[in-house]
Design a protein around this ligand. Structure first.
Ligand SMILES: NC(=O)c1ccc[n+]([C@@H]2O[C@H](COP(=O)([O-])OP(=O)(O)OC[C@H]3O[C@@H](n4cnc5c(N)ncnc54)[C@H](O)[C@@H]3O)[C@@H](O)[C@H]2O)c1
Length: 469
């Protein structure tokens, strides 16, 4: 580290002691919220050599983990059982044990409420629980996606107590080294580091994706950097927690806007009888200046349909309209309606009507080869089909049932995908392009296939039965 005498974190300071423990993995790390983000992260900390403790309010999750079982499809039970056996990972609902941790990472949900405004209740309730057990010298890192200012305004005001302070102060960074003249040492450390988990992505392991880190002051940035350097291959420092919060939003807004763009162009291409998939494949041959995004039945997942609206909400405070986000939202939320209208027209051309038609929805997860149905366009499509009087079944190899959710309660179970089930439905609607599905059989046996994902592109026969959508 350059210029160590001048910067916070010099030898002998409290943060230098914490950094040493984080660097040699003798620190105890707590992860709050053991979902799609928190569980793999806690296991990664354990694998790196930390004593990792997972905290969750759901006792069923803690019990399963303690037994070495998994509840997330792509996280094998063996990877949990191994760490439990080595006593490097444990799970609990006892939040008094937060006191024992040197570092606490928060990975709780940040959804939208029914008015599509940020629901900060999970983050704020967690901050209150941490505050109740906060110890001098602890590092707290928020990973939940949120608007700029959450960490240094809302989290900080809950965490700071009469005796424990963590003043916000500026520092500079070149992406690796923090520089700031020594100021009074904070009593605890607070940082934001966005999660960049991409469930099901086989090309990148979590630890290979660089970790962005921003502190509310230099000492906090240094402490958080030391934690993540022990777990991830690369860290990238930014000069504030706000810059780190905004980085994550930029990444997700970039995806949301570009997906909306191809969705809109798909609608135009359909009208002009041009194959959008062929066009994207051709544009992709350009080695610079073009990143491929693909159209689909609508946005899904916990992040892309939700996160941009956290910024829209915060921007109102600055009287700033986020027009790209609004427009992208409008186009993307119209897609399930487009799919249902298109399906009705395809049935009409075959002398059938949507009311009374049997429709098999193929795929309920929001993207292929995962079991996550949060915000999945399949849910909206099933609702719309039902509202139009269609008789809906679904098949998803990763989602055995669609039970009670926050917004929906279909009470449906995935039916087996057989020649017989395909034949008895008037239409098979491909919503998710899971790799395990035999699309050849789907086309052979179904009277009509409406394909929102280009999943049948390699099927050479019966092309007349396939309606791209
Ligand atoms: N899933 C992803 O791919 C992904 C990717 C990047 C970022 N994120 C962000 O990460 C955050 C977490 O997302 P997720 O997908 O892991 O959510 P999740 O719903 O899978 O898991 C959240 C967990 O937190 C627990 N929880 C809720 N309130 C709690 C509390 N007060 N104390 C302790 N535990 C509590 C829940 O029981 C659940 O186990 C969100 O902000 C999300 O936007 C998610």
């Amino acid at each position: 580290m350059k210029d160590i005498g001048k910067i916070q974190g010099a030898p002998g300071t409290r943060v230098a002691g914490l950094r040493a423990k984080l660097q040699d993995c003798t620190a105890r790390v707590g992860v709050i919220g053991l979902g799609y983000v928190g569980l793999p992260l806690a296991l990664l900390c354990a694998k790196a050599g930390f004593q990792a403790t997972g905290f969750d309010i759901d006792p069923r999750k803690a019990e399963k983990l303690e037994r070495g079982e998994s509840y997330i499809h792509h996280i094998p039970a063996t990877s949990i059982a191994d760490e439990v056996k080595k006593k490097r990972f444990q799970a609990t609902t006892d939040f008094t044990r937060l006191k024992e941790m040197n570092a606490i990472i928060i990975c709780v949900p940040t959804p939208l409420d029914k008015h599509r405004e940020p629901d900060m209740s999970f983050v704020l309730n967690t901050a209150k629980m941490v505050s109740a057990h906060l110890q001098a010298g602890q590092l707290i890192v928020l990973e939940s996606t949120t608007y700029p200012g959450t960490t240094d305004e809302e989290m900080l005001s809950i965490l700071e107590k009469a005796t424990l302070k963590c003043p916000v102060s500026a520092y500079t960074t070149d992406g690796t080294i923090v520089t700031a003249t020594a100021a009074k040492e904070p009593d605890f450390y607070l940082a934001f580091s966005p999660e960049r988990e991409d469930p099901g992505n086989k090309n990148f392991q979590t630890q290979q994706v660089p970790k962005i880190v921003g502190g509310v002051n230099a000492a906090s940035a240094l402490a958080a950097q030391a934690l993540y350097q022990s777990v991830f291959e690369h860290t990238h420092l930014v000069s504030s927690s706000r810059a780190a919060e905004m980085t994550k939003l930029l990444e997700n807004i970039y995806r949301c806007v570009n997906i909306a763009l191809v969705n809109e162009l798909k609608l135009l291409c359909m009208r002009m009888d041009i194959d959008i998939w062929e066009v994207i494949a051709a544009a992709k041959t350009k080695p610079f200046g073009f990143n491929a995004f693909y159209p689909g039945p609508g946005l899904g997942g916990h992040c892309i349909p939700v996160d941009p609206f956290y910024l829209t909400w915060k921007a109102r405070e600055y009287e700033f309209p986020t027009r790209f986000i609004e427009l992208a939202g409008e186009i993307n939320t119209a897609m399930p309606h487009h799919v249902v209208n298109h399906l009705a027209a395809a049935l009409g051309e075959r002398g059938k009507t949507l009311p009374g038609a049997r429709v098999l929805v193929l795929g309920a997860a929001y993207k292929k080869d995962i079991d996550d149905v949060r915000e999945s366009p399949a849910l909206k499509i099933i609702e719309l089909l039902g509202a139009h009087g269609a008789l809906v079944d679904y098949h998803d190899p990763f989602v055995p049932r669609l039970g009670k959710m926050r917004k929906y309660d279909f009470g449906l179970e995935s039916i087996p995908l057989t020649a017989e089930t395909l034949r008895v439905h008037d239409c098979t609607l491909i919503v998710t392009d899971h790799s395990a599905v035999d699309y050849d059989m789907v086309v052979t046996e179904s009277p009509l296939v409406v394909d929102t994902r280009n999943a049948t592109s390699r099927v050479a026969h019966h092309r007349d039965k396939i309606v791209p959508c």
